[in-house]
Design a protein around this ligand. Structure first.
Ligand SMILES: [Zn+2]
Length: 594
């Protein structure tokens, strides 16, 4: 691979997340640090296709296909290496020299708009911190936001004027088209001119997953309406496809495997400020399927933290359905009536807040049950039957009998109906309905049971994981012990990278790409997580076996030569043979040659 492509591929890898790319066509579900789905490259019913965002690799334990982002796109789209790189570069906004003028113009325009957004966010932020923004800053301070969080989320203030942002961006040499595309200015039909969308508002820049500012939210400082305003939907910005705080919450969500979804910007900021960084907010819309899918790339579990008021609860109910339909485990925490998370944190602090979440979260079925009960003025028989019917498919689709039993008893308790009757009613309604019971994730296989890892692979993994084992092997039998060529390449490259540090794996990946053993590299990286590896005693056993085998082979050769010589040898040949034999019998002197 040329230096040029190497750079492009590295840049692509730093910008794109393999989970995002794979998710476009494969339903991935998170399990620990990895994601699993049905393999797009072979037919299967239970997922053996795995993706690791940490290393941007994929591997299928079923058909043993694996590799990096580029390999994946080559296979998925049926492209050549260079075409796949161009495809991904386009996605990542990385320039590859060869591209059509139209595509380049379009890309330039997009980049221009992003740059204008970035400049505008910075501008609003500076205004907030200037004397002009005093009022807004005071407002944010009253809402208990610290300077750090204001900085981190780049909050700003749009002054109460008509053409501030337009003038600023023109002065920064952005074209009219670019400025229009930011959505920050609006056209006045009567006067045939443009004016600023945000005036006298606190500004919340909205970042996409890459950290680019794609849109803005603006909030008034008083009670005037509309309270919140967003930049309009543009090619870059779609409210349905973004979540506020996603960029900042990304890491925490992944590592906790859990997201907290709140309703408002302020709640989101306050939670982040309190160190609850796995928090995102929907953007003033009801939670959408697209947003649920974004969350699913990061977490398996979502906690909805919605206001206890009627509107909040109704929103929560919709969100529960959407998240659950996407295969996420959903919990709902309803705050005490008339309190939003922001206020609750003020009153009680972080620890008590987390405690409250822990104690009062209910899962999606119980939440729905509570909702249905509170919607019925009276729990007479008809109402009970209605509720049982409404919850039937949720309960029927549970896989565990224990869980089903748990909800049967819960219903019995809450509806004050005998357990047997509930059970009979549920049975009468039949098995799970197709739509809700379809387990999109399939049944997760037991990772340790899976895959036919060869002894060779287990040894390789042990060497990569354990420096002591690596050294012992290298010293006693050398690195040339692997049957498979790719594994020999891999371990030699690994040896060249000694001593290892945090960059070793990435460098190994780059070498793998250059030398064409990415697939083996991907497999081994996955096996490293999957396999416990051998212990030193087992390894020494293997070393002894390798040494023994080598002796046998050598001894065989000696015998063959002896047979030959018995017929033809002269004195010189015989002498050399005896010396060789001596070296073989006393390997400590000269080492055993393989
Ligand atoms: Zn496969």
């Amino acid at each position: 691979m040329s230096r040029f492509y190497e750079d492009v591929v590295n840049e692509i890898n730093s910008r794109l997340d393999i989970v995002d790319i794979v998710s476009e066509t494969v339903h991935l579900t998170r399990k620990g640090n990895r994601y699993w789905g049905l393999c797009p490259f072979h037919q299967e019913k239970t997922p053996s296709f795995s993706v690791t965002p940490e290393r941007n690799l994929f591997y299928c334990f079923g058909c043993q296909t694996g590799g990096d982002l580029v390999t994946y796109i080559m296979k998925r789209e049926g492209l050549e290496f260079k075409e796949a790189v161009e495809y991904l570069a386009n996605r990542a906004g990385v320039t590859v020299q060869k591209e059509s003028p139209a595509a380049r113009r379009k890309q330039d325009q997009m980049r221009g708009v992003l740059a204008a957004n970035q400049a505008a966010a910075q501008f609003y932020h500076e205004v907030l911190l200037s004397s002009e923004g005093k009022k807004a800053l005071q407002y944010l301070q009253q809402r208990h936001l610290t300077p750090e969080i204001i900085e981190k989320f780049c909050l700003g203030y749009a002054p109460d004027k008509w053409n501030v942002i337009e003038n600023f961006l023109f002065k920064k040499a952005f074209s009219q088209e670019q400025v229009k595309s930011t959505g920050l200015i609006k056209r006045s039909d009567q006067q045939d001119r443009y004016y600023d969308l945000f005036r006298d508002r606190v500004i919340f820049p909205i970042h996409d997953l890459r950290g680019e500012v794609v849109g803005f939210g603006g909030r008034v400082l008083d009670d005037s309406l509309p309270k919140y305003l967003n930049t309009p939907e543009t090619e870059l910005f779609s409210k349905r496809r973004n979540l506020y705080g996603l960029y900042q919450a990304r890491q925490a969500m992944r590592s906790l495997n859990q997201a907290i979804v709140v309703e408002g910007y302020m709640d989101c900021l306050r939670l982040h400020q309190a160190g609850i960084e796995n928090t995102v907010a929907s953007l003033g819309t009801a939670l959408t399927q697209e947003q649920a899918r974004i969350l699913r790339r990061f977490v398996e579990e979502v906690i909805l933290l919605f206001d206890g008021d009627e509107a909040g609860q109704r929103q929560a109910l919709r969100a529960v359905e959407i998240l659950h339909a996407e295969g996420l485990k959903v919990w709902v925490v309803s705050l005490p009536a008339e309190k939003d998370p922001d206020e609750y944190l003020d009153l009680h602090g972080k620890e008590e807040f987390l405690q409250y979440i822990q104690n009062s979260k209910v899962d999606h079925i119980e939440f729905k049950l509570n909702r249905y009960i509170s919607n019925e003025p009276e729990l007479h028989l008809d109402a009970c039957i209605r509720i049982i019917k409404a919850l039937h498919s949720d309960i029927a689709s549970l896989e565990s009998e224990l869980e089903k039993d748990y909800y049967t008893r819960l219903l019995s308790r809450r509806l004050q109906v005998e357990e047997n009757l509930i059970r009979r009613e549920l049975n009468k309604l039949g098995g799970p309905s197709r739509s809700s019971s379809l387990n999109k994730n399939g049944i997760f296989r037991d990772n340790t049971r899976y895959g036919k890892t060869s002894l060779e692979e287990r040894l390789l993994v042990s060497m990569l994981k354990n420096p002591e084992i690596f050294t012992e092997i290298q010293r006693s039998v050398g690195l040339n012990i692997f049957q498979q060529k790719e594994y020999r390449q891999l371990i030699k490259s690994f040896a060249d990278l000694q001593p290892i540090n945090q960059d070793t794996w990435e460098e190994l990946g780059i070498i793998a790409r250059q030398e064409g053993f990415t697939e083996a590299y991907a497999r081994v990286m996955f096996l490293m997580e999957e396999e416990k590896g051998l212990n030193l005693v087992e390894v020494r056993g293997i070393i002894r076996r390798i040494q023994m085998r080598r002796r046998e082979l050598r001894w065989q050769k000696f015998q063959e030569r002896l047979n030959e010589m018995s017929e033809t040898a002269d004195f010189d040949q015989l002498l050399r043979f005896i010396l060789d034999l001596d070296a073989f019998i006393n390997p400590t002197h000269k080492g055993v040659k393989s």
